[in-house]
Design a protein around this ligand. Structure first.
Ligand code: PEP
Ligand code: MG
Length: 876
């Protein structure tokens, strides 16, 4: 049997999305469910792949299959392509397995030509409607399939309206539109060098090929790259009988969600336009009406739609995002898919659906993408700022969050300025897929036109980015680079603040605050905790960070970087004295001053953490980082030490290193100056004893950074243990404590068996481990790493997403060797990768006991870990 590249809507189902694309699979599913869907067929993603293999051409076998399916369509509908009585018209739409903006979207009314337009006029008894449909088709076909700028045609339309002295498209008569069609066809010929194709079958072939081609266009490729979508999947093409939403006031078209995709509220959410075709809603040219008002104009249709939405939701067990058309009072569904939603809505909906019995807790936990939680953890404006500032105007609250930045009027400018470190808000009349990069890089997005389902709104919600859309009172002049609100005009250097949760737009810089987690988030996270085995700690070194981390449910501190404490104003002076000391005695004197301060830091942190584990790392960075740079500070220090400023300059020079990251840092400091490690060990233990006296039985974990060899590590550990022994003798008490090391030098990973013999735990410092495995400086990589990403030499920045092949190999080696030497060796990670969902899942499977990340990433890491546990159990 010949290979099958085309499926009728009655031949597929929802599980065939790889082959039929999401849209095609769901159209087939709805057809089977008995929902009214205009009949059609889907050309498969495999055909798309073959199209690229065949030099971007359609081939005979495929053409035959398409012809067969057109015949079926003609028979089903009792219409024929190109008929002067009752012509068959179709829509052509792309549909990849994963919903993907950036590709060719939709062509409507395909099949119209000089004959069929007569047939359509006759059949509908509406000549004006027929010619209006034809001119729309020419414009859409030229724009979407042939990539001819639609302004060429818009200008003709505007000229015609001016010529007739009318304002609205609808004021043009059938005769006007007839003329316009001729002008459009002439324009097409002028631009394209050939006649507008009259043969419907040729139109269809060109459209199908255009959809396939659009899979490979730049925007689509960029979108796939940003979203980790497989490039080889291909897109399907859906060819569907046209229904008309523009046949008068009992017709219309709309887009709606079965629940509110911004808040999660269980209530239909969407908009529609009477007497309009699909592109009018999305383009935001006319302002649509809220879906519930359909109840007033067409109560039965509204009821049917509400029931259909519920039926689809019950069937898919998820929120549905539906497109519909009403043709003369009859409802047709044109698309359904699982609705994109904000993180807040995602959590709300998942929890509500568990309560409603639609899904279970496990499904709820699996359903939310850990990265999306980021959207929930975004800032808002403080209440005070909101009370004290009046919004300049308001748009739609399209995607929550608060964003502040200077105005950028083009995506390119936004991207450029963001790259150079500026905070910008992308302000546009409306956005289109070309704007993607600018949208990714801007802090927020503001548009003048378009509703809640406009491009800007949908894409921003997907990215978890703050967006205000459809702010109809703002006037954006993208060429002049001005934003006008009322009489006030703003430019590129002006700062605005936008609130994606209310739609308010403020002039100036409003203060933001950390997110307030409320609603069902707590309940959701409690389910996450039920499924999770891996512990989640945090990297925190101030009481403020610790409090924030505890609010997010930190189960311990995996990394407290003590050097950050050294920089506090009242102690940096002593730290500098300690570094500049020319003998042990003077150094000890300075250390004696630092000791009580460090002890107090640790005491405060332990007290906040209760009995949760706290890992404190001994001093790590190269000493020169602590020395003063400004002349005044150097003079003050010299005065205090009774030495010449020149001596300090000399010392600064002595400490200068060619490769500080590979130099005198980490445990090497403890080898040169054991008294530093001793002071820190003493502070850690004395603070812990103090807590024990309070009844808080902390078990401090002392972590030694940058070990590469068992002997050097043993030297430092011996010093630490000896000092602690002294503390115990002095205080006449003993408490339990652990000593471990960071594994961040490849040699340490390779000799992990030896290192495990003398340690209680390892924590993988994947920042340094990545740096040293790649031989890629952490500090300088920014200068050339982007090139690697641009040239596709690296798929991901290895400092953000762990390189499992190389760095992961070292981690796995260390885990294996370490545990072979000591079966109860405790293992964790504290590099930046510890909050990256894919890395967390990977490290769970490698066997780590915990991950440690910055406070704001705790919920993300928790969810990733819970999903990893579920996936592992399900795979068993
Ligand atoms: C690391 O190297 O991964 C680490 C956590 O330490 P730091 O970033 O402080 O060097
Ligand atoms: Mg490190």
């Amino acid at each position: 049997m010949a290979y099958k590249y085309v499926y009728g809507f009655n031949e597929g189902n929802k599980d065939m999305r790889a082959l039929l694309g999401g849209k095609g699979a769901n159209l087939a599913e709805m057809t089977t469910l008995g929902i009214r869907v205009p009949y059609g067929f889907t050309v498969t993603t495999e055909a798309c792949t073959r199209f690229f293999d065949e030099d971007r051409k359609l081939w005979d076998e495929l053409n035959k299959e398409i012809s067969n399916h057109i015949k079926i369509l003609e028979e089903e509908n009792g219409k024929t392509f190109g008929s002067t009585d009752d012509p068959l018209l179709v829509s052509v739409r792309s549909g990849a397995p994963i919903s993907m903006p950036g590709m060719m979207d939709t062509i409507l009314n395909l099949g119209l030509n000089d004959d069929a337009v007569i047939g359509l006029a006759k059949k509908t008894d509406n000549e004006r409607f027929a010619y209006d449909s034809y001119r729309r088709f020419i414009q859409m076909f030229a724009d979407v399939a042939m990539e001819l700028n639609k302004n060429n045609f818009e200008n003709l339309l505007t000229a015609k309206k001016n010529d007739r002295g009318v304002e609205l498209d609808t004021d043009l008569t059938a005769e006007d539109l007839k003329e316009l069609v001729e002008e459009y066809k002439d324009k097409y010929k002028e631009l394209k060098g050939e006649d507008f194709p009259q043969d419907p079958r040729k139109q269809l072939d060109l459209a199908v090929a255009a959809v396939f081609r659009s899979w490979g266009n730049e925007r689509a490729v960029l979108y796939r790259k940003l979203n980790d979508i497989d490039d080889t999947m291909g897109t399907a093409v859906n060819v569907q009988t046209m229904v008309f939403g523009n046949m008068g006031d009992t017709s219309g078209t709309g887009v709606a969600f079965s629940r509110n995709p911004a808040t999660g509220e269980n209530k239909l959410f969407g908009e529609f336009l009477l007497n309009a075709q699909g592109e009018d809603v999305v383009a935001g040219v006319r302002t649509p009406q809220e879906i519930h008002t359909l109840k007033n104009s067409m109560p039965e249709v509204f009821d049917e739609f509400a029931k259909t939405a519920k039926k689809l939701e019950d069937h898919y067990h998820d929120v549905q995002d539906m497109e519909f058309t009403i043709q003369e009072g009859k409802l047709f569904l044109l698309q359904t898919r699982n609705g994109k939603r904000t993180a807040q809505a995602a959590v709300e909906i998942a929890v509500n659906m568990v309560d409603e019995g639609l899904i279970d807790k496990k499904e709820a936990v699996l359903r939310i993408n850990p990265k999306d939680l980021d959207g929930l953890l975004h800032p808002t404006f403080t209440k005070e700022e909101l009370d004290n500032n009046e919004a300049a105007t308001k748009g739609l609250a399209a995607s929550p969050g608060a964003a502040v930045g200077k105005i950028a009027f083009s995506a390119k400018d936004a991207a450029l300025r963001a790259d150079s470190g500026e905070s910008v808000i992308l302000v546009r009349e409306e956005t289109s897929p070309e704007d993607l990069e600018g949208m990714v890089k801007a802090k927020g997005i503001l548009t003048a036109r378009g509703g809640m389902t406009s491009h800007a709104a949908v894409v921003a919600r997907g990215m978890g980015k703050c967006c205000v859309s459809g702010a109809s009172e703002i006037h954006v002049d993208e060429d002049e680079e001005t934003l006008r609100i009322g009489k006030e005009v703003y430019g590129k250097d002006d700062t605005i603040s936008i609130d994606g949760s209310t739609g308010a737009i403020y002039i100036g810089n409003l203060e933001t605050q950390s997110p307030q987690l409320e609603g069902n988030f707590g309940e959701f996270m409690s389910w996450v905790d039920e499924f999770r085995d891996m512990k989640i700690r945090t990297n925190a070194d101030t009481p403020r960070d610790v409090k924030q981390a505890l609010e997010f449910g930190a189960e311990g501190i995996g990394l407290c970087r003590t050097e950050h404490m050294f920089f506090k104003e009242d102690r940096i002076f002593q730290v500098r004295k300690m570094i500049l000391a020319s003998d042990v005695k003077t150094r000890k004197q300075a250390l004696d001053k630092i000791l009580p301060m460090q002890e107090d830091d640790f005491y405060q942190i332990y007290s906040l953490m209760g009995e949760r584990p706290v890992t404190v790392r001994l001093l790590d960075p190269p000493l020169h980082e602590f020395l003063p740079r400004e002349e005044e500070a150097i003079r003050d220090l010299a005065l205090d030490l009774s030495i010449e400023p020149a001596r300090i300059h000399e010392r600064i020079e002595e400490l200068e290193e060619v490769n500080p990251m590979l130099g005198f840092r980490g445990l090497r400091l403890g080898i040169a100056y054991p008294e530093i490690s001793r002071m820190q060990a003493r502070a850690i233990i004395q603070a812990a004893i103090h807590c024990h006296e309070d009844g808080n039985k902390v078990i401090p974990e002392i972590m030694i950074p940058l070990s590469s060899d068992v002997k050097e590590l043993k030297y430092v550990i011996d010093e630490v243990n000896d000092e602690i022994k002294k503390v115990f003798e002095e205080k006449n008490t003993e408490i339990k404590y652990l000593v471990g090391t960071m594994i961040e030098i490849p040699r340490a990973a390779i000799t992990a068996d030896e290192i495990a013999e003398i340690t209680d735990f390892f924590s993988f410092g994947t920042n340094d481990l990545t740096q040293m495995t790649f031989g890629l400086s952490r500090d300088d990589a920014g200068k050339f790493l982007p090139l690697y990403l641009d040239k596709d030499l690296f798929e991901k920045d290895p400092f953000q997403v762990l390189d499992q092949k190389g760095v992961g190999f070292l981690i796995e080696t260390a885990v294996e060797k370490g545990r072979a030497a000591k079966s109860d060796l405790h293992l964790g990670i504290c590099g930046e990768h510890g909050g990256e969902p894919n890395t967390v899942k990977y490290l769970y499977n490698v066997g780590l006991d915990y991950t440690s990340c910055s406070p704001f990433r705790i919920p993300i890491a928790k969810l990733a870990a819970a999903q990893a546990s579920i996936e592992k159990k399900d795979n068993k």
